[in-house]
Ligand binder design. Structure first.
Ligand code: OSB
Ligand code: MG
Length: 384
């Protein structure tokens, strides 16, 4: 499947041995968004993030489940993730087994990548902290600055949209993504392009169109977009291949890709020229690294998506993007793009060239502030 038989980018990671864990907690926090986040599938006004907390001999490691409370973007919800973690995944976590064995055990559970990633992320962060190294170091990845990108939700007026793009350009973001939907597309893109002829721009439809809209989508070819993300159904790969043959603009798949196998299949039939890898959606960091490795080996662009995470998930995405193959700016924006106060310190900020620095320190780098988690907690439970 991998042309040139390049060595596996995850062999060493599959050999990492799981540590003993004394306690496992799930804590759900609610962070209000500074402004509602609108997409073709839903408008979110708060972030309800289910966090996992591991305790092992005085070391505390955190991860974030990227599901929402609702199944409007993905089929997983915080409730399904809790159920799958508690009743099926955690019982498979055993000290002394290698990560590769854990992945094999998790493989018996079909789907539920966000639940799997929550457990995998937490264990990797714990292992990094135990070794006193940053998460990217544990993953064998070099330190480097990460390019930034912002995802602008649907707005009520073009004036509001232009204002949001103006803010992003002023901040120095390396690329701007705008959400589109039926009835809020070509004219809205034209308005942005008119005002910002040179800004690296892309659109995300979250599956709002069908092949019957091919002519309309072809009109987007006039705007020199970097890509069109998930124009057709969330579950489709085949029809995207048909559409790509009629578009000059690259198609990027997001929702359709749940694994390396999905990515390889999509690439092999020409369904996309770019892949948005969300580490949660594909079951974790190891699978993300495999997808980026495979895609870049066949000339397909890759970037890290986001799920408007708190600083915990945001830090994981930042460490991931040091991996080979992440060739494009992703949906990694500043904390201040979504929240007035994060639950980690320091928050994510852009440097004066628009890049994001990997936070110093072992594990995530950023420190989870327990008082802020407590202040925002809406549910908590000890699983082990
Ligand atoms: O389609 O990429 C998406 C947020 C929630 C659900 C789906 C998507 C998004 C984003 C925001 O676009 C990405 C981010 O800023 O984290
Ligand atoms: Mg998307």
């Amino acid at each position: 499947m991998d042309p040139g038989d390049r060595p596996s980018p995850t062999a060493a990671l599959e050999a990492l041995v799981l540590p003993a864990v004394d306690h496992v907690d799930l804590v759900t926090v609610r962070l209000p968004f500074l402004a509602p986040f609108g997409t073709s599938v839903h408008v979110w006004t708060v972030k309800d993030a289910m966090l996992m907390r591991l305790e092992s001999q005085g070391i505390t490691a955190w991860s974030e489940c990227v599901s929402d409370p609702d199944p409007f973007y993905a089929y997983e919800t915080n409730t399904t993730a809790r159920h799958v973690i508690r009743d099926f995944l955690l019982p498979l976590v055993e000290p002394g087994i290698p990560m590769g064995e854990l992945e094999a055990r998790f493989g018996r559970v079909r789907g539920h990548g966000m639940a799997k990633a929550t457990v995998e992320n937490a264990l990797l962060v714990l292992m990094a902290m135990q070794r006193g190294v940053a998460l990217h170091r544990l993953l064998g990845l070099p330190a480097r600055r990460i390019p930034s990108g912002v995802s602008i939700g649907l707005k009520d007026t073009k004036a509001e949209l232009l204002q949001a793009v103006a803010r992003a350009v002023e901040r120095g973001y390396h690329r701007v993504k705008m959400k589109v939907k039926q009835g809020q597309d070509v004219d809205w893109v034209a308005a942005v392009r008119d005002r910002y002829p040179g800004v690296p721009l892309m659109v995300d439809a979250n599956g709002d169109y069908t092949l019957e809209d091919t002519e309309l989508l072809q009109r987007l070819d006039a705007f020199d977009l970097m890509m069109i993300e998930q124009p057709l159904s969330y579950s489709d790969i085949i029809e995207h291949a048909s559409l790509q043959r009629h578009l000059k603009t690259a198609i990027c798949l997001d929702e359709s890709i749940h694994s390396l196998a999905d990515a390889a299949a999509a690439i092999s039939i020409g369904a996309c020229r770019v892949i948005n890898v969300k580490q949660g959606r594909v079951g974790g960091l190891l699978e993300s690294i495999r997808i980026a490795h495979h895609a870049s080996g066949v000339g397909i662009g890759v970037w890290s998506g986001g799920m408007d995470e708190t600083g915990i998930g945001r830090a994981v995405n930042i460490h991931l993007q040091t991996a080979d193959g992440f060739s494009l700016p992703g949906d990694t924006s500043e904390t201040a793009n979504y929240f007035d106060e994060d639950i980690v310190d320091p928050p994510v900020v852009l440097d004066d060239e628009g890049f994001i620095r990997i936070p110093d320190g072992p594990g995530l780098g950023a420190r989870v502030v327990p008082e802020r988690v407590l202040k925002r907690a809406i549910a908590a439970e000890r699983l082990r």
